[in-house]
Write a protein that binds this ligand. Structure first.
Ligand code: P6P
Length: 333
């Protein structure tokens, strides 16, 4: 296949669909460059003295790894000066990040989980970066958290990078999903998969089964029917995967189908699951829908949820459309 760079793809996409104005193209290229830098740091592992805990906690009360903080700083520094952003928000920061006054401001707002899957960093399992792009509200003054409270359907772009055996960048701007692989020798992103499509059916599910005794009935029913396999109501056998890096599980689903689930459960009845709406569930749901899949919180379309707080959590069911619809129906029963 003729090599197409990320820049060429974005320019041609703008020409064809007028969906990537110059400032959005700059934003995407800056984020992609930051992901290259993060990939390089991650790839050094122990040799880069970046493994292990930073000895601090993030806004979620989770222990921060050195690479969590480094990845966050890389994304902030890469995006501050470009003039394409009004503000940023990150899993690693309690409040939104204002663009320093010495730089011009733009019309986009960038949200990200700078390094998703941190528990896997020190054991050399794939991790990644997730990002979401919203437009700043018309006539917005100094950005506030409230300006970020837009449903996922308002996203103008979303993507993730996986730092694994290959480093890949998966991107949507609303006209399908494309995958770019990092050519480390040239330092460039090369288009390697066009218009990714998730099969509507699957034989593979992803959930942390150690929580089985805490699941609510709809999830218990759905998983038990799959475990019953060909002898049960589903009439076929299923396989299970759980990498504990959302980016890696979602990338597998984009490539061969599957359903990813992180439900709310009885461990903490007041907690709506573990994953965050604004910079994990929404960008991944935009990508999954653009690839023909579906994404809900068990009751409604993920991208229709009206957010109330920046770090709010949400139950997540996403992937092969027919399976997401089934488990969502079980929640209506
Ligand atoms: P558990 C990583 O910490 C993460 O946020 C997602 O990437 C992943 O799917 C999930 O949490 C793993 O959670 O409870 O299985 O460790």
């Amino acid at each position: 296949m003729k090599r197409v760079s990320l820049t060429q793809y974005l320019v041609e996409e703008q020409r064809l669909n007028n969906s990537i104005p110059a400032e959005l193209r700059l934003l995407i290229e800056v984020v992609a460059r930051a992901c290259k830098t993060i990939s390089h740091a991650v790839g050094k592992g122990a040799l880069g003295e970046v493994l292990g805990s930073a000895g601090s906690e993030n806004v979620q009360g989770e222990v921060q790894k050195k690479l969590d903080i480094l990845s966050n700083e890389i994304l902030l520094e890469a995006n501050e000066w470009g003039g394409h952003l009004a503000a940023m928000a990150s899993e690693e920061m309690e409040t939104i990040h204002q663009i320093p006054n010495r730089y011009p401001k733009g019309e986009y707002m960038l949200l990200f989980d700078p390094l998703d899957g941190s528990s896997n960093i020190d054991v050399n399992v794939s991790i990644g970066t997730i990002f979401s792009v919203l437009k700043a509200p018309e006539g917005m003054g100094s950005p506030t958290e409230q300006d970020f409270m837009q449903p996922g359907s308002k996203q103008v772009a979303a993507g993730y990078a996986v730092y694994g055996p290959q480093t890949v960048l998966v991107l949507t701007t609303g006209n399908g999903v494309n995958c770019f692989t990092l050519d480390r020798e040239m330092g460039s992103w090369v288009l390697t998969q066009r218009d990714m499509q998730i099969p509507a059916d699957t034989k593979e599910f992803a959930i942390n089964a150690s929580n089985t005794r805490h699941w609510y009935p709809p999830v218990t029913r759905y998983v038990e029917e799959m475990l019953a396999g060909s002898t049960g109501p589903r009439g076929k056998d299923f396989n299970m995967r759980w990498i504990a890096s959302m980016v890696a599980d979602v990338h597998r689903i984009l490539n061969r189908g599957g359903i990813f689930m992180y439900p709310a459960d009885a461990r903490e009845p007041d907690k709506a699951g573990k994953l965050r709406l604004m910079y994990e569930a929404n960008p991944m749901s935009f990508i999954v829908e653009q690839a023909g899949g579906a994404a809900t919180d068990g009751k409604q379309r993920m991208l229709d949820i009206q957010p109330s707080t920046l770090h709010q959590r949400v139950p997540v069911f996403l992937g092969s459309r027919n399976e997401v619809e089934r488990v969502t129906q079980y929640h209506q029963a």
